[in-house]
Design a protein around this ligand. Structure first.
Ligand code: DGT
Length: 139
């Protein structure tokens, strides 16, 4: 007898940076022609083969914001699945960097008070752990 097909989820590791300045955090609006277009996210992206999570985040922050960042502590991790794709997101604190963040990838960047995250459209993966994100930010 044939075994029933088990739906297999492809899990993708993602890193995101919590950049803080004057009690505000940096968020970027996801570009058109990408999944989740228009949602506000923390800068970051997928880990590529051969990279450590910290190397991946330093690369993404350089590509997306044009900064040279020191990747700080791992503050939080979560999992989320969108149908047949799952993501594991590692959130790192980033307190030091060289350069001024510029929107090289996002529609726009904004420094916002963390409480404002509640009012913005954000990825479901982040929405469901917003309380933990606040704790990680010390709010
Ligand atoms: P690419 O080059 O289009 O394959 O994409 P990458 O490597 O720039 O990565 P991206 O941003 O498309 O993928 C990250 C995935 O994680 C995407 O499905 C959105 C999801 N995600 C959920 N919350 C966040 C967040 O706060 N920041 C980032 N960067 N991604 C998040």
């Amino acid at each position: 007898m044939r075994k029933p097909r088990v739906k297999k989820i492809h899990w993708i590791p993602v890193v995101a940076g919590l950049l803080k300045k004057d009690k505000k955090i940096l968020v970027g609006q996801r570009p058109e022609n990408h999944s989740l277009a228009g949602l506000w996210e923390f800068p970051g992206g997928k880990i590529e083969i051969g990279e450590s999570p910290e190397q991946a985040l330093a690369r993404e922050l350089n590509e997306e914001l044009g900064i040279e960042a020191d990747i700080g502590q791992l503050k939080l991790a979560c999992t989320h699945s969108y149908g047949d794709v799952g993501i594991v997101i590692l959130f790192y604190e980033v307190n030091y960097w060289k350069g001024e963040p510029k929107a090289k990838h996002h529609l726009m960047l904004e420094w916002i008070y963390p409480q404002e995250l509640k009012l913005r459209p954000i990825p479901e993966a982040n929405k469901k752990i917003l309380g933990d994100i606040y704790k990680a930010l010390g709010v």
